[in-house]
Every structure is written in structure tokens, then in C-alpha cells.
Design a protein. Structure first.
Length: 487
């Protein structure tokens, strides 16, 4: 790859190379040794329901992911349920985000800055985790990349008669993109204050501010019903711990790295630059989520994964500045700098790359424990889940539970329009267990298990302790199967 590539060929290369590079990273080890963890299991089992059943469930739980579940339902209908169908949308989304970073970087800081930023995105450890994840966060990142690219094109457009009319389709596309991202995860609306910081940095004119405010407000208004309704389901995120100082170490390191790269871009107030776009995109969502978490704990890196686009853009700007600095001294080496740095980064991050593609990178594996259930279970055995959410194993791999009786379940997940179903009261669970000879208990492995305060789970444990003896116990990838026999 040389800087002497004709301009006509550079146009496609600037986005095509990062897209293919990121696609390759995503396809590498996509199945994660045929493992699926609990968050992805939620996507899997909901996507297997009908559209009507999904809509009914959203009234009770997970409304914030409704659009994503409906999208995955359509893909499962078309291509079947598999780890490839589950994760490929995220791979394609990050590849699209890398293309957006590359195009923004080229426009603001040159060819090598764009190429370096686009290649860097897929190598960032946080991005590598969600690159192969059957959840909506990568799709949000792609939308944030597109909305930022549209904003940059609008800020770069020449002024003059008819400029406002010509810009209207792009402003409309901007609002639609922000809205779709918000319907996938409404915390993505933090991209709007990030873009506002960019407008302030470049001293945008009054007309640009008014258009941005109007179209941004339309997007936020479109997402407002979802935001308000999902607040009624806030108990779903009650497990997130309060913000602590040690939780801010990671963001502080990222912001420091981004700031150093921004300095290489020689940021100046009033100038549209990679720093003016990338630094707010990195910093504002992170700081905004911290502020929200002071009111209600919500600080999880996946909620602001899209901020990594800002870091990638800044890294690209730093690489572009390095190429410009090297070229006068070592003209022949300048064109090899970005490929060389990317190659070194791949080798340096190899342990991270291998770790993210291993089942152990996730807290558990619902498919592996289903295999243990199939091996240990006998027709007529009872099966219990502690907590009830571990029923996801049976929902994703129903074949492994053929012939087993879920004695605690009163109404299934589909009938109850929930994720895990509704269990009977403790007395009925106790009565049902007393009539069993063998029971398989599916729960968390000891190292990840948390105490359950549910009365139903206490009743299960009490009966097993009083009347049964454990005869076999297996732990596999974060889950545990224990076989009990009646004394």
C-alpha cells in the first residue's frame, strides 16, 4: 500500500480495506467453540418466538431491546438459529462502523489517518468483545458512525444559495439514524451531546445549530415513549453496582490515550478536525453515563461502546501525523508506517484476541451445560433451575431436556410473556419434588454463583437437602449440574 495510489482508486480503498479487515477479525473464531452465554441466550430464545409473542413479552420485560429482538426474529426465520446468525449482524455492523471511521478520518486528517483509524477500531479490546456478540451494541456503534459521518459531511459542505435545501436529505438521514440507534438502546442518545460539543468546538453558525437542534429533537422525541416505558422495567438493571472510583480507571486511561492522540492532530478552536469530532465522541458518552450513574447505577462499557469510534478516529489521526512527520526524513518508510504499526498491534494484542474468542471470555455457556444434562438425565427425571433465569439452557437447547420434567414451572416463558417463565409457589414446588426419585439441578458454577434470596429457590434447596443425596456433580464453563437421588 503506497501513498502513490491514484486518487480514483484511493476512494474505495479507504473504506473497503478497513471493512474487510474488520470482517476478517469478526469471522475468526465466530462460533467461540460452539458456546453461547446467558446474554446471547436471551436473544436466541426470544428470536425464536413469533413477532406477536415478542411484542407481548416486551410489555413485561426487555422493552429496551424490542427492535433488536424483532430484527433477530426475522433473521432466525430466514437463516435458522445458529451462532452464525446470532453474531454475524454484529460483525457486519462493526465492519460498517470501521468504514465510517475511515471515511471521517480521511476527510478530516488525510488518507493514512482514515485508514489507520478504520483498521484500529476492530483491534480495540472492548470492540473485539462485542464484535462477536449476539446483542445490539455493535449495531448501535454502526449507527453512531453513520450519524457522525453525516454530521461531518454537513459541517464540511460549502455554504451558499440553496445549501440548506441540499442539506435537508442528510439532516433527515441524521435524525433517522439517531432514532434507530435510540430504539436499539436509548443510551445511544448520548451521541447528541457529543455532536453538540463538536459544533461548539468548530464554532458552527446559527443556522447549523438550529438545524441540528431541530432534527436531534425529533429523534429524541421519537425515542421518548420507549425511554419512559422502559423506566417501568428498571428493576432489570438493579444488579448493576453503584459507580466507584476503580470503575473509572478504564475510562480515564481511554480518555488519556485519546487526549494524547488528539494533540498530534494539533487541535484548534474553530477548525473541523479529527480531534474536534473524535474527542467529544470518546469523552462525552463516557462522562455522560457516569453522570447518569450517580442517579441510577448504569455504568457498563457496552452501553457506550460507540464511544470507541472516537478513540479509533483519534488513533488514526495520531498515525496520520506520524506519517507526515516521518515522510521528510524517511520517504520510503512513511507508507509502511501504518501497516507496520497495525501488524505490531495485532501481535501485541494476540493474547487478547485469543481470549475474546474463547468460551472462558464469558461468564458461562448455556450450550455446554445442556450437553451435560443430556448425558446425565434419564427419562422421567425432574429438573430444577436456580435461579429461574438458568432455565435459558432448556430454552436454547430443548432437545437436551427431552423426557425431563420441569417440576417448578407453572407457566412457560411464552405463555407468561416473560424471559424465564413463572414458577409455582414454594409449597407447590416442595410437594412436586417430594414425588420425584431423581432430580437434576442446573445452577451457576461455584466461582460465579451469587446467593439467591427468592423463597422458591430456598424451598428447592431445603427439599434437596432434607430428602435427597447428591450422587453426581459436574461444572462446565460457568454452569453446574448436580444429580440428586431420593434417600
Amino acid at each position: 500500500m503506497h501513498c502513490h495510489i491514484p486518487a480514483a482508486r484511493r476512494g474505495p480503498l479507504i473504506w473497503l480495506i478497513p471493512s474487510l479487515w474488520t470482517l476478517g477479525l469478526g469471522l475468526w473464531g465466530l462460533s467461540r467453540q460452539d458456546s453461547v452465554w446467558r446474554d446471547e441466550a436471551a436473544t436466541w430464545q426470544v428470536a425464536g418466538r413469533s413477532a406477536g409473542e415478542i411484542v407481548a413479552m416486551l410489555g413485561n420485560v426487555d422493552a429496551v431491546h424490542g427492535l433488536y429482538y424483532l430484527l433477530m426474529h426475522g433473521l432466525f426465520e430466514l437463516f435458522g438459529a445458529s451462532t452464525t446468525t446470532l453474531r454475524l449482524p454484529s460483525v457486519l455492523a462493526v465492519a460498517a462502523a470501521a468504514a465510517c471511521v475511515a471515511l471521517i478520518g480521511r476527510r478530516l486528517a488525510g488518507f493514512w489517518a482514515g485508514l489507520g483509524g478504520g483498521l484500529a477500531l476492530g483491534l480495540l479490546p472492548a470492540v473485539q468483545f462485542y464484535l462477536q456478540e449476539g446483542r445490539p451494541y455493535a449495531l448501535v456503534a454502526a449507527g453512531a458512525g453513520l450519524s457522525t459521518l453525516l454530521l461531518v459531511s454537513l459541517l464540511s459542505a460549502p455554504a451558499g444559495p440553496g445549501a440548506g435545501r441540499r442539506a435537508r436529505p442528510r439532516w433527515t438521514a441524521y435524525a433517522v439514524t439517531v432514532l434507530v440507534c435510540a430504539l436499539l438502546n436509548w443510551l445511544s442518545l448520548l451521541v447528541l451531546p457529543a455532536h453538540a460539543a463538536t459544533l461548539w468546538w468548530v464554532r458552527a453558525g446559527r443556522g447549523v445549530w438550529l438545524r441540528w437542534a431541530a432534527y436531534g429533537a425529533c429523534a429524541a422525541a421519537g425515542a421518548l415513549p420507549l425511554v419512559l416505558f422502559s423506566r417501568s422495567q428498571s428493576d432489570q438493571v438493579s444488579w448493576i453496582p453503584p459507580l466507584t472510583w476503580h470503575m473509572m480507571i478504564g475510562p480515564a486511561i481511554l480518555l488519556t490515550l485519546g487526549g494524547v492522540c488528539a494533540l498530534a492532530d494539533r487541535p484548534r478552536a474553530g477548525r473541523l478536525s479529527a480531534a474536534a469530532v473524535g474527542l467529544p465522541l470518546l469523552a462525552v458518552p463516557q462522562l455522560g453515563l457516569m453522570g447518569i450513574s450517580l442517579v441510577q447505577p448504569l455504568f457498563l462499557d457496552r452501553y457506550v461502546l460507540f464511544s470507541m469510534l472516537g478513540l479509533a478516529l483519534l488513533i488514526g489521526a495520531g498515525l496520520g501525523a506520524a506519517v507526515r512527520a516521518v515522510r521528510p526524513v524517511f520517504p520510503g518508510a512513511a507508507d509502511a508506517l501504518v501497516p507496520g504499526v497495525v501488524g505490531i498491534a495485532v501481535l501485541a494484542l494476540l493474547p487478547v484476541e485469543l481470549d475474546k474468542r474463547a468460551p472462558a471470555s464469558r461468564v458461562d455457556d448455556v450450550l455446554a451445560v445442556a450437553g451435560e444434562v443430556a448425558r446425565l438425565g434419564r427419562p422421567g427425571d425432574a429438573v430444577l433451575f436456580v435461579p429461574a433465569a438458568r432455565r435459558d439452557t432448556a430454552l436454547v437447547s430443548p432437545g437436551a431436556f427431552t423426557g425431563l420434567s420441569d417440576v417448578a414451572l407453572e407457566r412457560g416463558p411464552v405463555a407468561s410473556a416473560t424471559l424465564k417463565g413463572e414458577e409455582a409457589d414454594p409449597a407447590r414446588i416442595r410437594e412436586a419434588l417430594l414425588g420425584q426419585r431423581r432430580v437434576l439441578l442446573v445452577t451457576d458454577a461455584a466461582k460465579v454463583a451469587k446467593p439467591s434470596g427468592a423463597a422458591r429457590d430456598a424451598a428447592k434447596a431445603a427439599v434437596l437437602k432434607e430428602r435427597f443425596t447428591a450422587v453426581e456433580d459436574r461444572e462446565v464453563r460457568g454452569r453446574r449440574v448436580t444429580v440428586y437421588e431420593r434417600r
